[in-house]
Write a protein that binds this ligand. Structure first.
Ligand code: NDP
Length: 301
């Protein structure tokens, strides 16, 4: 089997390089041109013609897209680029997957929802993004579904990895320098490991190749829920208990309204995962176990 992986050096892409490698030949690209057995290929999602040419040159059985424009605040002003990368490039991948009869595996976000209420969002719930990044990710989903290609779309939230930049690592850095931190306490969701996202996608895509009826949109986050404030506290307590020298004394819970950002964020990022667990007979561990593992790696414990 031949797989084309786009965005190979992002948090999820890095883990996919590992997870997909047991399935077959993986042609893994980042945004820079690369020499491959299929010629010099571009993995730049902002160049739609080059992206199409890459897919045609490789002619994969599976396309896995881990690349995205993920700078949520910057997307409010860099609209054209965010739209091309998150929406139009997904559409090109879907069209080419349809022609090749390939399976397209793609990631999306809880930011397709407006964040109201307190119950976990289901795949069938109405979408209504509150920021431009969410709107571009939603359009990407819609272009994939409309193309009629075989697809798996995993909506997730609050992604972290030992490699790459994310909230947990920012909190650790700030906790070393500052005595007091203010962290948002009224946004609720689940921190999701890039390793979990890669491993579940790999298991699910294998099953879907055997049974295309499994194609569709799935919510993928670990079990449990937390706030950014409780998540930060968990990270900092773990680091302190493991001997990290930290300056921080107080972690103050604040409201989203006290921390204005260019892009609005949904308050309720909870995602219901019953559909995924039932369809693929998978177990999702609690969020703390993945975060603990990442911290042990990041802190070399
Ligand atoms: P990262 O930001 O870690 O990785 C995204 C990757 O996309 C980077 O390697 C980046 O490359 C690449 N990329 C950006 N622009 C282009 C481009 N024009 N051409 C090719 N590659 C490009 O994101 P994650 O791994 O965390 O995200 C994976 C998926 O999960 C995405 O679909 C994202 O929308 C989704 N998601 C992420 C969340 C999060 O908290 N991070 C939350 C919910 C969903 P470079 O480093 O060169 O810019």
């Amino acid at each position: 089997m031949k797989l084309l992986l786009l965005g190979k050096n992002g948090q999820v892409g890095w883990e996919l390089q590992r997870a997909l490698s047991v399935l077959g030949e993986v042609v893994a690209l980042d945004r820079h041109p690369a020499t491959t057995p299929y010629g010099t290929l571009s993995g730049d999602l902002s160049d739609l013609d080059a992206l199409r040419a890459t897919i045609r040159a490789v002619a994969p059985h599976v396309i896995v897209n881990a690349a995205a424009y993920t700078a949520v605040d910057k997307a409010e002003t860099e609209r054209e680029l965010a739209h091309t990368v998150n929406a139009l490039a997904s559409g090109v991948m879907a069209e080419e997957a349809k022609t090749l009869d390939a399976l397209l595996v793609h990631y999306s976000t809880d930011y397709v929802f407006d964040g109201t209420g307190t119950t976990p969002w289901r795949e069938t719930d109405a979408v209504a993004p509150v920021n431009y990044y969410g709107a571009t990710k939603l359009e990407g989903e819609q272009l994939i579904v409309a193309s009629g290609c075989k697809h798996l779309i995993f909506r997730t939230s609050w992604v972290y990895a030992a490699r790459g930049n994310n909230f947990a690592k920012t909190m650790l850095r700030l906790a070393k320098d500052r005595e007091s931190l203010n962290v948002i306490a009224d946004q609720i969701g689940a921190p999701t490991g890039a390793d979990l996202l890669a491993d579940v996608a790999t298991a699910a895509l294998q099953q879907t190749l055997d049974n295309p009826a499994l194609c569709g949109i799935y919510h993928l986050v670990p079990a449990g829920e937390t706030s950014w404030h409780a998540y930060a506290s968990y990270v900092i307590e773990f680091a302190r208990a493991n001997g990290e020298p930290l300056a921080v004394q107080t972690i103050n819970p604040i409201a989203t309204t006290q921390y204005p950002t260019p892009a609005s964020r949904p308050l309720n990022s909870r995602l219901a995962t019953d559909k995924l667990r039932d369809a693929f007979s998978l177990h999702l561990p609690d969020w703390q176990s993945g975060v603990t593992r990442m911290l042990m790696e990041a802190l070399n414990k």
